[in-house]
Each structure stands twice: as C-alpha cells, then as structure tokens.
Design a protein around this ligand. Structure first.
Ligand code: KG4
Ligand code: ZN
Length: 441
C-alpha cells in the first residue's frame, strides 16, 4: 500500500508541476504574440515559386544538361540528421547512393541536437558524395551532368553544409545547379519510376519523361514527416496548393515523442520503434480520443493525443503500482504503442477521406501519393491502401527506404525541375529554414 501511495503521489506531483509550468509558459508566451503573428504572415520567409507568379514560367538560370541523351544528376541532402548523396539517371534509375546516419549521436542525446548534426554533416559530406559517385560506377564528379541540393525547409546550419558543398562543386565543374525544396522532393518521390534491374528506355524528352513517371499530375499528396503533416493538391512541378496542415505537432513528432515517453530507443527515429512495439500490442486496449472530432475540416492535431497518451500511461502506472512509465510491463507498453498508432492513423483516415471527397468532386482527382518519413510505416500504408480501394482511388507510396530522407530525393527532384527547364544560380544561393510553397489556385 505504501509503495502504491508513493507512486501515485509522485505522479500527482508531476502533474501539478506540469500545470504550473504550463501556466508560467502561457504568461511568457504572451510577450511573443506579436512576433509569432509576424512569422505566421510569412514576412521573414522566402517563398518557393520556381515557375514565377503563374507557376509555369521556368528559367534555367545555370543552364540545362544535354537532354537529347540520358543525363545523370548528383543529389545532396543534409536538411536534418542524415547526410545523403545519390546519382540518379534522368529516366529515374538510381545508379548509386550513400547515406551516413547520425542515429547513434542522437540516441545519446534523446533527439537531434542541431550543432552536433552540423558537425556530423561536415565530417561526412565528402565521403558520402565520393561513395555515391563510386557506387554509380563513375570516376569523377566531372562525369555528372547536374547537381541538386536541398536548400530548405530544415535546420539552417545543417542545410548550409550540403548547400555550400553543392555550390562549390557546381561552380568548380561548371554544372547546372538546382536548389531543392525538401517537401517537393518528398512529394516527387511518388513519381519516381519503379526501379528495374535492366536499363530503361533512353528516350528522355519531356513527353516520355511524364509518361515514364509512376503517377501523373494532378494528384493529392499526404505528406507525413518529422517536420510536416500536410495534404496538398499537386498540380505540377513547383505548383502546390495546401489543403490542410497540422495546428500543432506533426505525425512524425507524435511518434517520436510517444517513443521517448515509453523509453524506447529513438536513435533510428521514434517511428520504427513504436511500429515494432505496436505489433505486439492490442490497438483497442487503451482508450484514446481521436483528435479534432468537432472540427470538420482538413487540419491535423497531435498535441492532444500526445498528452492523452501520457495521462493514460500515468494512470496505468498508479494501477500497476510502478513509479514510472518505463517500468510498465512490455505488454502494457505495447498496448499503449498500438492504441496510439491506431488513433493516430484513424485521424489521418478521417481527414484524408474528407479531402478525397473534395478533390474528387471539384477536380476529378482520384490519385493519392503518400510521402515523407512516416509513409515508411506498414500499418499506415496498409490502412490507407484499404481506404483507397474502398473509395476506388489509386494510391502510390515510395518503397519504405525512399520515404525517409536520403540523397536520391534531391537528385530526382532536380531531374523533375530540369525536365521543365528550371535551374538556379549556384553563386548566390541561400538556405531557408522556413520555405513555404507559393500557394496555387
Ligand atoms: O521525412 P523524414 O525522414 O524527415 C523529415 O523530413 O522530417 O521523416 C522522419 C520522421 C521521424 O519522425 C520518424 O520517426 C518517422 O519519420 N518515421 C516513421 C517510420 N519511419 C520513420 N514513423 C512511423 N513509422 C515508421 N516506420
Ligand atoms: Zn524529410
């Protein structure tokens, strides 16, 4: 009895402390309201609009590769915690890749520490590029026809490592240069032709490029990653219209925070850890509220679910007479993981179904692309596949390893940009922590 009351009182104390902190935080936040509004208006952000005001007036600022024969692009990605490089051919064949993950570093610190991530990128960038070139069977960067690099959104000091390296190489070797938008790169991965063992067609003009792609514009994209949770109407390269987004946390963030709460190893991302544990749990064991039931719109919210998981887990601690969540049995934690995942995906299904109805009626769109790191999740993939079958929609999702960040996404996005005759100037290219799409009609 005494241990039960002490565990319950320690959890009660934690709750009171949290409430107090929340209250203090609220007062503090009021000082920043004006600034937050300024950010919301986007006055500090550069907008991504490669096709100019009308969305289709592309300019090849650093030239284009010779498109009468297949060309190769070196893609570089360093927006968060993975240093990636890849060489992709214009017909979509991935010729060579290399990825240096920072899992071990971030495992130790319980998440991504920007300063450490930047140092790790600096340490690995040359090796990763060299390895990708070698794996592609090329002997030097001079044999590459163009270079694409992620310039935002992401962690500014990390983006700068990849961007500066790519600018340097593009200037030194005089190659066309493409500044890649990370979210567009995730979205366009749904169009990457399926990888075939044999070499594909050598015809790569714009018409054959379009028909060679796995899906054609327009389509609906569900983008679920660590930093974003959005639904977008995708009209063409550089032309996106955001239908809904998260009002607080992203889905990837919710997975990562829940994994941390349950004391799981999060070095490889909390998502895979929750997915594995959830397989051993009962998704109906723990009752959790589905977010935004009263708001019949297209937005997402995961902050409330995260709090509900924590309070439910704490209540279970009292019931089980343990002092912390990590001390709960494996089965209890598996049940929490499975129940969290079930509700998180139900929320996606509900919002997606509403967006599908809208786009089918207004735009005759019946194709869904599921992209971003969380799209690697098998449970999400299979449940959305069922939803699409029920709605007579087609669904496309990249292979799991191409859903999370890697170099091929920058290379393929660069190919898509070069195909519409769009490139950037490497001389004065900046990186953008925030990088909203120019909203299309
Ligand atoms: O796209 P991504 O690699 O990086 C960003 O652009 O944010 O996405 C990373 C996110 C992380 O939150 C990670 O936990 C999540 O994707 N993730 C998963 C899975 N694999 C990665 N979430 C759920 N299940 C997975 N299998
Ligand atoms: Zn990403």
């Amino acid at each position: 009895i005494s241990s039960s009351s002490s565990s319950s009182s320690s959890i009660q104390e934690k709750r009171i402390k949290r409430k107090r902190n929340k209250k203090a935080g609220k007062d503090k936040r009021s000082e920043f309201i004006g600034m937050a509004k300024a950010v919301d208006r986007g006055q500090w952000s550069v907008v991504y609009s490669p096709g100019g005001k009308d969305g289709t007036s592309f300019v090849a600022k650093s030239g284009l590769p010779d498109k009468t024969r297949p060309f190769t692009v070196l893609g570089i990605e360093s927006s968060c915690d993975d240093t990636g490089a890849a060489v992709v051919r214009s017909d979509g064949v991935i010729l060579g890749e290399s990825l240096a993950s920072q899992h071990k570093i971030h495992e130790e610190w319980g998440g991504v520490v920007p300063g450490l991530a930047k140092l790790a990128h600096e340490e690995k960038i040359d090796v990763v590029i060299e390895e990708a070139i070698q794996n592609a069977g090329l002997s030097s960067i001079d044999e590459i026809d163009a270079i694409g690099v992620t310039v935002g959104p992401g962690l500014e000091i990390c983006l700068r490592v990849g961007c500066n390296k790519a600018r340097e190489l593009a200037i030194q070797f005089q190659k066309p240069f493409v500044a890649i938008h990370h979210l567009e790169a995730h979205i366009l991965m749904a169009r990457l032709p399926p990888q075939k063992k044999e070499q594909q067609s050598t015809s790569i003009d714009i018409v054959s490029h379009e028909s060679n792609c796995a899906i054609q514009f327009p389509f609906l994209a569900l983008l679920v990653s660590g930093g974003h949770c959005q639904m977008l109407k995708c009209l063409g390269v550089g032309r996106y219209s955001i239908i809904g987004g998260t009002i607080d946390d992203s889905l990837g963030e919710a997975y990562d925070k829940t994994a941390r709460l349950l004391g799981l190893p999060i070095g490889g991302g909390g998502g895979p850890a929750i997915e594995a544990l959830a397989k051993e749990g009962d998704p109906k064991a723990v009752k959790l509220p589905i977010p935004l039931q009263k708001r019949k719109d297209f937005d997402f919210s995961y902050a409330g679910l995260k709090t509900a998981v924590r309070t439910t887990a704490e209540k279970l601690c009292i019931e089980r007479n343990v002092t912390s969540i990590v001390e709960l049995s494996h089965q209890d934690r598996a049940n929490i993981a499975a129940s969290f995942q079930n509700v998180a995906i139900t929320h996606i299904e509900q919002r997606l179904k509403r967006a599908m109805d809208l786009l089918e009626n207004d735009d005759q769109i019946k194709t869904l692309a599921v992209v971003g790191g969380v799209a690697a999740n098998q449970e999400l993939r299979s449940r959305l596949e069922t939803l699409c079958t029920d709605q007579s929609w087609q669904m496309f999702v990249p292979p799991p390893r191409l859903c999370t960040d890697q170099g091929s996404m920058s290379a393929w996005a660069a190919i898509e940009r070069l195909m519409v005759c769009s490139s950037d100037s490497p001389e004065n290219q900046k990186v953008h922590a925030r990088f909203p799409f120019q909203q299309q009609q």
